[in-house]
Design a protein around this ligand. Sequence first.
Ligand code: NAD
Length: 506
Amino acid sequence: MSGPNTASDVKTVQNLIGGKWQDSTSTRFSDIHNPSTGQVIARSPLASAEETNQVVEAAAALPAWRETPVVERARIMFRYRDLMAQHFDELAELVTREHGKTLPESRAEVQRGVEMVEFASGVPSLIKGETMANIAREVDAETLRHPVGVCAGITPYNFPFMVPLWMFPIALTCGNTFILKPSEKVPLSSIRMGELLVEAGIPDGVFNIVHGDKESVDALLTHPEVAAVSFVGSTKIAKYIYEVGTQHGKRVQSAGGAKNHLIIMPDADIDLSVKALAASAYGCAGQRCMAGSVAVAVGSVADPLVDQLNDYASGLKTGPTDGTEADMGPLINPDAVNRIGSYLDIAKGEGATLRLDGRENVNGDGFLVGPSIIDHVKPTMRVAKEEIFGPVLSVIRADDLDAALDIGRGCEYGNGASIFTHSGYAARQFKQHFNAGMIGINVGVPAPMAWFPFTGWNASFFGDLHIQGNEGVHFYTRQKTTLTRWFAPEEDNHHDPVWKTGLGKK
Ligand code: NAD
């Protein structure tokens, strides 16, 4: 690996506080790598609780922002969307640089993020309340949606651009102020998003960025001025965020890890299924919460499926993504490389067959591991149950669809699951009964887009209102209901023609 091994000669990223980019006062730092080369490209400060509290106080631009008409707030999102379109290639290259995914994958990520801004531009239509005349005699009822206040977002490393955009465009357009605490592994995309938002005209203090780790997150979770917390990351931390945040009186939406199943029925088109399975398991080097990580091969499909999958995956080129063409890029850091290796060893130790070992035949700098296939996995094995979060596909052989549904029932997680079949009946049974919140039918990655909620179940989500779609608007607003009755004028005034309607007198 080339380049600096220490962070002393690279730039330290800044916080955005009250509209100003500022050096952190922190004395703790974390390195940011280019995973394709292993080089340290920048470093992130890790804010203290005290510094984080100052950021919360800076987000007190709230009163003026929430009184700004929603259409004016939405107009900033229109400008923001245009700036993103102008800088589309640059943004995708930045994602690839700090995360390591391939450029086409980064472009897809940026596109999904831009769609969130497009959705948020429509908030004026979604934030409207309800009314009813005569809910009681001469009493009218109405609901209005108000912003909740200061909101915080804590995001993971695997979608440096898209996941922050799941949160703040909706929150801001609904009239809240926002503090983003991006992953300390990939803060560069968030900084560029912040610069463009300032350019789009967001007022000082409405959007803030603080870089940090647990200390900073804990300060956000316990600060009395923070009203709502959105989190995306691993299940262990998601549960912690939900518990601590709600104990401190905040509303919390907290998305966690996953173990997603891909069911292949005997009548499925094998060629198409193999391509979809490989794209699902190995896209973004398996570092997606919607990655298919367990293939459930039903009946006679197992042997031909695994053979073809092995041929296809062996042909995928794993390599650095900065300038070179690769089908699959590196993992985020050396810890991830070691984690994948140890899971492959665990699988062998538990009696599964390592059909394709991603540690072999991988050349180049960076944190590289090729695609792996583990065959003859049993539902009780660790590789069947635990989130590996890398390019590893475990294959379980099941006798029938009921057995496949049982595997889902036994799963701790519940993010996504897909079926590959020509049978409408099998697809319907699967859709109705599989224990997961996002279902694909002949779709390898059933991730909903901006207009639909990201409906993880079980240990993949803690909270009530999901991220994205109308649920996002509901999460970032609270309702006020008003009942109104106007009394008729004093009897004397009834003779004055100005009050006379004739209504109610008949
Ligand atoms: P992570 O949980 O390690 O980190 C996520 C965020 O939590 C980061 O900002 C990090 O700084 C913070 N954090 C880490 N440890 C903390 C602690 N002890 N206390 C408080 N905050 C802490 O997750 P990651 O490795 O960055 O991301 C990968 C994980 O995210 C995977 O499990 C993946 O499935 C999940 N993910 C889920 C979804 C979803 O929608 N369900 C989407 C993307 C990623």
